[in-house]
Write a protein of this length. Sequence first.
Length: 259
Amino acid sequence: MAPPARPRTVVLSPHFDDAALSLAGLLPELPGPVDIVTVHGGVPAPDAPVSWWDTQCGFSSAAEAHRARRAEDAAACALMGARQVLLDHADGPYAPEGATLDGLAAFLRELPDDTLVLAPLGSNQPDHEAVRRVALRVLADLGAPPPWIYADLPYTGHLPEWGTPAASDALARSSRCGLAYQDLLTTHRTTVRHALTLDDAQWAAKRAAVLCHGSQLAPVAEEHGGFLARTGPLRAELVWSLEATAPAAGRPAEGSPAC
């Protein structure tokens, strides 16, 4: 049997639902095969108590949550025409104290130089920002092109200018939604590579992929309101390419208030 074709595009999804929420409309336009790589896809320790978030999703144990979310992700990846790849980092509440993203770094070092890598911006999401920082550092160390950066949804989508040509400039000024983008601008120039407002067919396909992650919908809606509304934050997707302007050593990822 022939080995699977190597990916031409790798989307780094910090958690199981991030690629669907942020990029489901754009994925068909990216060079294939496309691999969706869930960074925090590892199995929790057998004795790990269920996290607060997972109890809000209706799960009774950490193991049950992981099994269900992995299956949800497989269904979403199939709808999006992408391949599911899981890295062995447990999700934040289940990670050992002091855990690092060494597995992500090792994964990136094995990719051919011409692989297109997409990493999350990290708007008000420390886990997402940490993934961006590792991707920038490792690819720079390899002399490979920097990743493209995608706006994480629904977080970035609460910007009042979201879905308009003014979104990038507004992020550069916003103290609520733009801190991660402003941090990125300290080391890189950004160029809008894709700014997609989904048409009805694209929206229907994206909604179907997002709904695969059904266990997450209630708590996400509690935090983000009507995020699945046709005119809500998921209606537009934004991706930037980068040009380095300074060494991307970076500071540790910091939290910030939710948008």
